[in-house]
Design a protein around this ligand. Structure first.
Ligand SMILES: [Zn+2]
Length: 245
């Protein structure tokens, strides 16, 4: 699995720093607030109601994960062993700052600057190595997602939790999947992105339950007022909270 758009030379750390500096000034204001970088702006990038953060480029999915972690683990005394797949710059930075709460290991098959390069379908970790897993928008890239989900289950402690997010057509009963489609344009048209191999439907929950996970669907926007959702830039996205115990 490759993420070619991550390796475009122009998206270097120096360019990203410059972009953050420029955007912080261009979008200066106090209409919206990003919980990932704790900064406020006059608007989001690209989309007025739920675009990306001008500073850390968080999307709704990163912001709801950050809010979940803040709310769920704020009183934790011992560092939680966390495995973070395909890390987002801003959310990883936030996690690294919470040293008393999270001991973070980042992983990806090919992205630079992660702690461990690993194939999610064959993880190089002992069983029950982690208390918490964050796996955001990864499974839709993996042909054998059943094996990937079973590996997440294996490396998680018996009382651990995996926070899993995928692009999902919540109105569709079944996942749209055809592994014989390998053309980038065809994949983009059918699954939403050139390197996606499926678009999940409601049956994602059944797939997650296969190795034994108990699944709760967490939709945080339903806990907030319309004004709060607008300020946080959230659309009605979900986290699949998967527990072993
Ligand atoms: Zn941000």
């Amino acid at each position: 699995m490759n993420y070619p758009y991550r390796h475009i030379p122009i998206v270097s750390p120096a360019y990203r720093n410059l972009r953050r500096f420029v955007n912080s000034r261009r979008y200066a204001g106090n209409n919206v607030w990003c919980p990932v970088c704790s900064r406020s702006f006059k608007s989001w990038l690209n989309n007025q109601s739920h675009g990306s953060c001008p500073y850390c480029r968080s999307e709704t999915r990163h912001r709801i994960t950050c809010l979940y972690l803040q709310n769920r683990y704020s009183n934790t005394q011992l560092p939680i062993k966390l495995l973070y797949f395909a890390p987002h710059w801003g959310l990883e930075r936030w996690l690294r700052k919470q040293k008393r709460t999270f001991s973070c290991t980042t992983t990806d098959l090919s992205a630079p600057n992660v702690d461990v390069h690993a194939d999610i379908t064959n993880l190089p970790f002992k069983s029950q190595s982690f208390d918490l897993i964050v796996c955001c928008h990864v499974l839709e890239h993996i042909p054998n997602d059943e094996k990937a989900i079973s590996e997440l289950f294996r490396v998680l402690h018996n009382d651990g939790t995996a926070l899993i997010q995928v692009p999902c057509n919540y109105s569709a009963e079944y996942t749209d999947e055809d592994l014989s489609i390998t053309d980038a344009h065809e994949r983009e048209k059918r699954f939403g992105q050139f390197d996606h191999v499926r678009l999940y439907g409601q049956d994602i929950v059944k797939r997650l339950k296969l190795p034994g996970f108990k699944v709760e669907i967490f939709r945080p926007t339903r806990n907030y007022t319309r004004q709060e959702n607008e300020r946080l830039g959230l659309w009605d996205d979900a986290i699949f909270v998967c527990r072993k115990g």
